[in-house]
Design a protein around this ligand. Structure first.
Ligand code: ZN
Length: 433
């Protein structure tokens, strides 16, 4: 399969996006004559095949609608491949015969344009709130879709006007054509050129739909979004798409879900993650607090000596399983972030100093230690002013970095890596330099 980028079908045909079927057909025939390999002056087989493929899609209401909405992906595999067709084998046939052979006549073309057509599928992007994605929600969505014209109930004829049987095909929608060719005479069935296969002749086209038989209508649909849904899930509403032409069935409507992010919660499948700040006193002494969950606030016990980065689990406070109401719900993981107090009052300051004293935490480097360090530094400078100094420092730096990395690995679960900045210590107290 060729992987080169496909050109836009409208561009290939050289018609506007709004072009009618008749315009498309006419333009195709003119261009096809120019590009056909039999044409000695301007024939181009590759371009002709590209043109044929574009025409096959754009001349079919259903395929064209799919192409308009989804581009080449929407009609992938729908069109026949012209890559293996050798058009030069049709010597002796008229150009129109060849075109009809592929598009106008034959069982395929007749079934496509003569009878009812399948309505196109539609797509709707639905954005929902985070909690709506967790618990499910009922929504009303408004779409525009093709329906049978109310003026003419889909016939395309002005009410009260006459619709007669097409005289060319006697209402059959197809006619037999005799072909004289190099190989002799042959008969084949083609779509009736007078009525485009409908078998009827409309005397007065309906004013409401200009004879199209269809109108775009605004419709509202109720949609039930199930619990536990995630972004990207497609919900299908059968028969909510476009109505098919000539009494054909409705297509479907695909609702694509987009779940908004939450200001506090991060969702990972059925698990909810929450960053919970904890005061240094509560973290040290232990106790309890209320924490936010998708169900509202719930009590949580904080063990004494809680470290920053510790996680606590609130069982079954996460996301219900998608489409299985009886299944066990996910959990909420509470990531505790011990917060160092800032902006201390005089009293708090004195209490903390008292605490430091009680715990034997020195707030300054003891005088003796400082002197020893300075003496060592002086000695180092005096003895060797070479590169050894620098390399020692490097080694020291590398060592302490490695150590910090180990600590981080121990603290962080994989989700923390994924969440990045969100849970990382805010004031960079673990960072070197
Ligand atoms: Zn109408």
């Amino acid at each position: 399969m060729a992987t080169m980028t496909k050109r836009d079908y409208y561009e290939i045909l050289g018609v506007a996006k709004s072009a009618t079927y008749e315009e498309i057909k006419k333009t195709f025939r003119n261009t096809a004559r120019k590009l056909h390999p039999d044409n000695k002056e301007s024939g181009d087989e590759a371009a002709f095949k590209e043109l044929a493929e574009a025409y096959e899609v754009l001349s079919d209401t259903g395929k064209r609608a799919q192409y308009d909405r989804y581009g080449h992906a929407g009609v992938k595999g729908a069109g026949q491949s012209f890559d293996n067709v050798d058009f030069s084998n049709f010597a002796g046939f008229g150009m129109d015969d060849i075109i009809d052979m592929f598009f106008g006549g034959g069982a395929r073309g007749q079934a496509r344009r003569g009878g009812p057509e399948q309505g196109a599928n539609l797509k709707f992007d639905l954005q929902i709130e985070f909690l709506e994605g967790v618990f499910g929600v009922e929504k009303k969505i408004t779409i525009k879709r093709l329906e049978d014209c109310e003026g003419c109930t889909g016939t395309g004829a002005e009410p009260g006007s006459e619709t007669t049987t097409c005289v060319t095909c006697a209402g059959q929608g197809q006619v037999q054509q005799v072909m004289n060719s190099f190989f002799g005479q042959s008969m084949r069935v083609i779509e009736c050129p007078a009525c485009q296969g409908s078998g009827k002749k409309i005397e007065k086209p309906c004013k409401t739909c200009r004879g199209e038989g269809q109108q775009r209508k605004t419709r509202e649909f109720d949609i039930k979004v199930p619990q536990g849904i995630e972004t990207g899930v497609r919900l299908r509403l059968t028969n909510a798409g476009d109505k098919g032409r000539r009494g054909g069935p409705y297509g479907d409507l695909y609702v694509i879900i987009h779940v908004k992010e939450h200001k506090s919660f991060i969702r990972e499948g059925e698990t909810i993650h929450l960053r919970q700040p904890v005061g240094v006193s509560l973290a040290s002494l232990g106790g309890e607090m209320m924490v936010e969950t998708v169900d509202g606030k719930k009590p949580l016990k904080i063990p004494a000596g809680t470290q920053s980065g510790a996680t606590l689990i609130l069982k079954e406070s996460g996301v219900p399983r998608f489409n299985s109401p009886s299944a066990r719900r996910g959990d909420q993981v509470v990531h505790l972030a011990v917060e160092t107090p800032t902006k201390l009052s005089a009293e708090e300051k004195s209490l903390l100093e008292q605490l430091a004293q009680l715990r034997g935490e020195s707030l300054v480097i003891p005088e003796a230690e400082k002197e020893a360090y300075e003496a060592a530094q002086a000695l180092l400078h005096a003895s060797s002013k070479d590169s050894k100094n620098g390399s020692d420092k490097d080694k020291k730096g590398a060592k302490s970095k490695t150590k910090h990395k180990d600590e981080q690995v121990k603290e962080d679960s994989s989700i923390l890596d994924k969440l990045g900045e969100f849970f990382r210590p805010k004031n960079g107290e673990h960072e070197d330099e």
